[in-house]
Design a protein around this ligand. Structure first.
Ligand code: UT7
Length: 325
């Protein structure tokens, strides 16, 4: 039994914040951002966009492509670090929005690797025969936890959502192998200090800017390149494959230089690497499903193609998924 991708969808806010806009907000330049990250612009949520509403739009697009009714879903996982509320889960809100009345619904927290982790979890349920149709969503409104006065981090992040419908299938297509790994010893290289029970709501949280992302970018960068290379090789090796077998590599879009370095290390030529970071920045758990949906709708993925999804982020948590289309 395999988990076949039968639908993809995505949704991003309309508002565009480009590098020239950022030049007016912090001490930076379009040239610095472009050469150091590859990002030209990112999408920013309006006051009536929420992680659940972007997730809902992406999910409905994916379900529409799949030709599946919400009531046919058995499981919904939303990967997010920017939930609408600490609880209940954003997945519960999504379930209610789309009336997926026969599904279990829950969130997972694995930062930028959230989509890869969620797809891996669903794959095990599908392979065990427990779940037939599942919705996996990565959705984030990072603009509300970005410190817009911190030039080291604010330029990187954007908002958006991506979704896939996975369906149990007896054929050869679908998720082939998954790999997941974490290293909690580096948890403080990338985190949001509040809200949480270490720093409950207080004036201190506001005064000390604790509700915003803190990141040691350079350290994260170095770890990301090594870990994503390792995850890719392990997921491929589990299916007796090598990077030479990959038709389309869809890495997490965190920094163009990270993507290029991994492509080079793996020996995957640039034309097989899907990159959209210049338009969306780093949308954390949403970046891979948005890129997958774009590639799919552009007709870049053919039947039998081997796809490699690969992510790294806060936790630190990383992982990879191989798919035969
Ligand atoms: O999704 C996974 C999580 N996140 C990541 O994967 C992020 C990974 N890290 C990165 O993408 C990069 O580390 C950054 C883009 C965040 C930073 O790029 P970098 O090449 O690592 O720059 P740096 O932090 O080493 O800084 C180099 C210089 C510094 O100046 P000095 O000390 O050399 O004088 C910074 O102060 O660039 C300066 N700088 C800036 N200059 C203009 C830092 N940010 C900016 C800026 N504009 N926005």
């Amino acid at each position: 039994m395999r988990s076949r991708v039968v639908g993809t969808g995505s949704a991003v806010p309309d508002r565009v914040l480009n590098n020239h806009d950022l030049e007016k907000m912090v001490d930076t330049t379009d040239e610095w951002i472009t050469t150091r990250t590859g990002i030209k612009e990112r999408r920013i949520a309006s006051s009536d966009d929420f992680t659940s509403t972007l997730a809902t739009r992406a999910a409905l697009n994916a379900l529409d492509m799949a030709g599946i009714e919400p009531a046919e879903l058995d499981m919904i996982i939303v990967a997010t670090v920017t939930p609408d509320y600490p609880f209940p889960s954003t997945a519960a809100l999504l379930q209610n929005n789309i009336k997926a009345v026969n599904a279990s619904a829950f969130d997972i927290s694995a930062a930028c690797s959230g989509f890869v982790y969620a797809a891996s979890i669903v794959d095990k349920f599908i392979k065990s025969g427990t779940v037939k149709n599942a919705l996996v969503v990565g959705s984030e409104i990072l603009s509300r936890i970005v410190d817009w006065s911190d030039r080291n981090s604010c330029l990187l992040f954007g908002d958006g959502a991506g979704a896939v419908v996975l369906q149990a299938d007896n054929g050869n297509s679908g998720i082939l192998d998954t790999f997941m790994m974490s290293d909690g010893s580096n948890w403080d290289l990338l985190y949001q200090p509040a809200p949480g029970n270490r720093n409950p709501a207080s004036y201190k949280v506001v005064d000390e800017r604790l509700a915003f992302i803190r990141m040691q970018g350079n350290e994260v960068f170095k770890l990301a390149v090594r870990a994503m290379e390792d995850a890719a090789i392990k997921a491929l090796a589990a299916g007796h494959m090598t990077p030479a077998d990959v038709d389309l590599f869809i890495p997490h879009q965190a920094n163009r230089r990270i993507i290029d370095a991994i492509g080079k290390r793996l020996g995957i030529p640039a034309e097989k690497v899907y990159v959209n970071i210049e338009r969306f920045g780093n949308t954390s758990s949403a970046s891979i499903p948005i890129a997958l949906d774009e590639a799919n709708r552009k007709g870049l993925i053919k039947p039998d193609n081997i796809l490699l999804l690969d992510a790294f982020g806060g936790g630190m948590a990383w992982g990879a998924v191989t798919i035969r289309w």
